[in-house]
Design a protein around this ligand. Structure first.
Ligand code: NAD
Length: 370
């Protein structure tokens, strides 16, 4: 079996789907790795480190499996042969066109976003590994844009009060943001519509903001709020937000537009010099004044909505992502007469759910085995 690692083509995407350490591990499993020249350069990994790890430099697109970070462009889909396995972030709930083109091309595609969030699949959970990077970096960005200190200072020139930081939406990125802000010395508070995260928030030394609105939906994820709930939530948040120097938002409902949690009125109520970092820019943003991808100043409050923060920490983000990808690959590798082959067992929930396009004939054969 061969696995191809292309050079990512999306603007600003500095991550790579496999790092040399993980190449070595897959090699020891009997997998051949073909890396496109320069694939690791964004993450400062030269081709020589890949060859030293046992990979060859060449055309990654004709491999049995192609592993990527960002969804493939139309041109890249055109390079995939029918029957190829593709693994990467594919935005299955929002990029219907890409998914349709992969299907038409006869590609067996696995979306990292669709891997079920169950204990057994934690090693493959790329939403979590990359969410950690985003949450961490969001806080650093907030500190950089802030006109105030995060930590409390007691100096001869006077005392500085610690910053207060509010994190709205405490999934993986939000929890990491709380932890990071705390380490920098801020007083932290977390808010979510899933009450189960209250204990996780408190265990990070943060306060839990209870607005009395619970919205748990399918698979433990948050559901969209009703019109009334939304109005109520915005009103209560407008009151709560005024007291904070830093607001970091990460709220998402998979496949939907991000909920508006920070209204223009809320921003107006914040002290001048405060900062909002909105991590939901890709799905429209959690702040009414957010301009996705931009940093703007409104009512003397900086509102930053960076897109793809994980790409700004390409070394560790690639290392973690790489382990997620190889764990998924290993789940579908079967030893076959001394050689190793890709043979996904469709009875495995992790593979069945993460696979977003596949050959129906193949599905029937495997289904017949069941
Ligand atoms: P996400 O990026 O989809 O959303 C971020 C947070 O926003 C979530 O906590 C969500 O509850 C919250 N949110 C959505 N709408 C909101 C609103 N209107 N107001 C306030 N908050 C709102 O989340 P994520 O970080 O990808 O993961 C969260 C989900 O994944 C949870 O269901 C969690 O239990 C699950 N998870 C499970 C595992 C596992 O191994 N079992 C690992 C990681 C995550």
């Amino acid at each position: 079996t061969t696995v191809g690692v292309p050079r990512e083509s999306a603007a600003g995407e500095r991550r790579v789907a496999l790092v040399p350490k993980v190449v070595e591990k897959l090699r020891s499993r009997g997998v051949e790795i073909v890396v496109e020249a320069g694939a690791g350069l964004g993450a400062l990994i030269p081709d020589e480190l890949y060859t030293a790890a046992g990979a060859t430099i060449g055309d990654p697109w004709s491999a049995d499996a192609v592993v990527k970070v960002a969804p493939p462009t139309a041109e890249e889909v055109g390079r995939l042969r029918p029957g190829t396995t593709l693994i990467g972030f594919l935005a299955p709930l929002t990029a219907a066109e890409t998914i349709a083109s992969l299907k038409a091309a006869g590609v067996q595609a696995f979306a990292m976003e669709a891997i079920p969030r169950i204990s057994r699949a934690q090693s493959m959970d790329a939403l979590s590994s990359q969410g950690n990077v985003a949450g961490y970096k969001a806080v650093l960005l907030a500190a950089e844009k802030s006109t105030r200190f995060f930590p409390m200072l007691t100096t001869a020139a006077g005392t500085v009060k610690p910053a207060t930081a509010l994190v709205l939406g405490v999934g993986v990125a939000g929890l990491q943001a709380l932890a990071t802000a705390k380490r920098l010395g801020a007083r932290t508070t977390g808010y979510d519509v899933r009450p189960e995260v209250a204990d996780q928030v408190r265990s990070l030394g943060a306060q839990w903001l209870d607005l009395g609105i619970e919205a748990v939906g399918e698979g433990g994820y948050a559901r969209e709020l009703t019109e009334d709930e939304r109005a109520e939530q915005q009103k209560r948040l407008e009151e709560a937000i005024t007291g904070f120097d830093i607001v970091i938002t990460t709220a998402n409902v998979p496949g939907r537009k991000a909920p508006t949690l920070v209204t223009a009125t809320a921003v107006q109520g914040m002290r001048p010099g405060s900062v909002v970092v909105d991590l939901a820019g890709e799905s429209g943003g959690n702040c009414e004044l957010t301009e996705p991808g931009e940093t703007v100043v409104k009512h003397d409050v900086t509102i930053a909505s960076p897109l793809n923060l994980p790409a700004t920490m390409p070394e560790h983000a690639s290392e973690l992502y790489s382990r997620n990808v190889s764990a998924l690959l290993e789940l579908m590798l079967k030893d076959d007469d001394g050689a190793v082959a890709l043979a996904p067992d469709w009875k495995d929930e992790v593979l069945a759910k993460s696979c977003v396009t596949r050959d129906v004939a193949d599905a029937t054969v495997n289904g017949g085995d069941a």
